[in-house]
Design a protein around this ligand. Structure first.
Ligand code: DSN
Length: 424
């Protein structure tokens, strides 16, 4: 997908005529996505083909069940769409089985619980403040309330998972399910080490690769295939598809997972999303997607280096993937005011807890950034260096209340983004 050869913005004459209020808001969001630098690591820009697939009449059809075994007639076309999506997922990731129906990442993970656990059973996952996900057994999630969670974190001195500690906890607690992966992990996940621990206690290993699926598909992160019996992923982050999810597994677990998704947890699949997932998987199988994945990682490394040079404290000291977690304590500003100041300056990030954060999750010490979206726009070394410089200026401006400089940075950001068209 070249950012340079792009068609005109999508026309929406019916929406404009029928509901000008919503049409205007969609247009305003298009402008926001075009004019700002989007650094939230779980966001991206889908291609126009993916966007068109999501806006099709496939949304009109109910298809409870699976291809060839549905509870509604009229599946001549939908069965083909879903089968193509499944085949493309199997081929791209090299798995035995794929289910493309989960509505998003959290329902996908809930289906895994339903497939393997009974209420009260033990599940082990990374603690949310260390970089895990709510659905890996965190207390406020149904997964932490209805199951018995045990947690691992990262070492305070290194910011990295200590596999010896994970093994100790696993052997002592003997969970039935182990999650690896999460939402704020800047380092390579050692799937092999997790698999060997899971094997010791006969637990099912689930690799949640939502953040890194595109890197795995593009060969820029080791694959969990061959290590994790179950792989859960969203489709809209580095994989650059529509908002949706997939579960993949060995043949052994195929039937249990399918049954858990439907009829266990969900009703009819969102067929327009399935079509868009199929399109995204086709795009991810193209040779240029490998370049995209590699460039996400090299951009993140460049940005991490430039931020470190400017005195920013990166959790784990840097990044191996698309994501950077910044502890702002040494800059004298918390994550939330920094994120708000950055947004005013045209740089969009999310505030985030850092490991052992003394502050609260809604007002934490850090921010989380990443390079999937800026890389889709074709940005590279010069732009990463410029972003680090703007971060530095934003800290100074925010700490001194210099709103004029935040607005000035916003103008500079807008000028830069004008040279990097968005795909759709
Ligand atoms: N909300 C996603 C993220 O931003 O990482 C995880 O669910």
């Amino acid at each position: 997908m070249s950012a340079q050869k792009l068609p005109a913005p999508m026309a929406r004459p019916a929406l404009v005529a029928e509901d000008p209020q919503i049409a205007a808001l969609v247009e305003a969001e298009e402008a926001r996505q075009r004019e700002k630098i989007r650094l939230i690591p779980s966001e991206n820009y889908v291609s126009r083909a993916v966007l068109e697939a999501t806006g099709t009449v496939l949304t009109n059809k109910y298809s409870e069940g699976y291809a060839g075994k549905r509870y509604y007639e009229g599946q001549q076309i939908i069965d083909q769409v879903e089968t193509i999506a499944i085949d493309r997922a199997k081929s791209l990731f090299g798995v035995d089985h794929a289910n493309v129906q989960p509505y998003s990442g959290s329902p996908a993970n809930l289906a895994v619980y339903l497939a393997f656990l009974n209420p009260g059973d033990k599940v082990m996952g990374m603690a949310l403040p260390s970089g895990g996900h709510l659905t890996h057994g965190w207390g406020v999630s149904a997964t932490g309330k209805w199951f018995t969670p045990v947690r691992y974190g990262v070492r305070a001195e290194t910011g990295r998972v200590d596999m010896d500690e994970v093994r100790e906890i696993a052997l002592a607690e003997r969970p039935k399910l182990i999650f690896c992966g999460g939402t704020a992990i800047p380092r390579t996940i050692d799937f092999e080490a997790f698999a060997s621990i899971a094997a010791e206690i006969d637990a099912v290993l689930v690799a949640d690769i939502a953040h890194i699926a595109g890197l795995v598909a593009g060969g820029a992160h080791p694959t969990p295939v061959g290590h994790a019996a179950v792989i859960s992923t969203t489709t809209h982050k580095t994989l650059r598809g529509p908002r949706g999810a997939m579960l993949m597994s060995t043949e052994e677990h195929a039937a249990a997972l399918d049954k858990a998704v439907f009829p266990g947890l969900q009703g009819g699949p969102h067929n327009h999303t399935t079509a868009a997932i199929a399109v995204a998987l086709r795009e991810a199988a193209a040779p240029e997607f490998k370049d995209y994945a590699a460039k996400i990682v090299s951009n993140a490394a460049t940005l991490a280096g430039a931020l470190t040079e400017r005195g920013f404290d990166l959790v784990s000291g840097g990044t191996d993937n698309h994501l950077i977690l910044i502890d702002l304590t040494n800059k004298g500003i918390a994550g939330k005011p920094m994120a708000k100041a950055l947004d005013r300056a045209g740089l969009v990030v999310n505030y985030n807890t850092v490991p052992d954060d003394p502050r609260k999750p809604f007002d934490p010490s850090g921010i989380r950034i990443g390079t999937p979206a800026v890389t889709t726009r074709g940005m590279g070394t010069a732009e990463m260096t410029a972003i680090a410089g703007w971060f530095d200026r934003v800290v100074t401006a925010a700490n001194s209340g210099d709103e004029a400089d935040l607005d000035q940075i916003g103008k500079e950001v807008k000028e830069l983004t004008a040279g990097f068209p968005v795909p759709a």
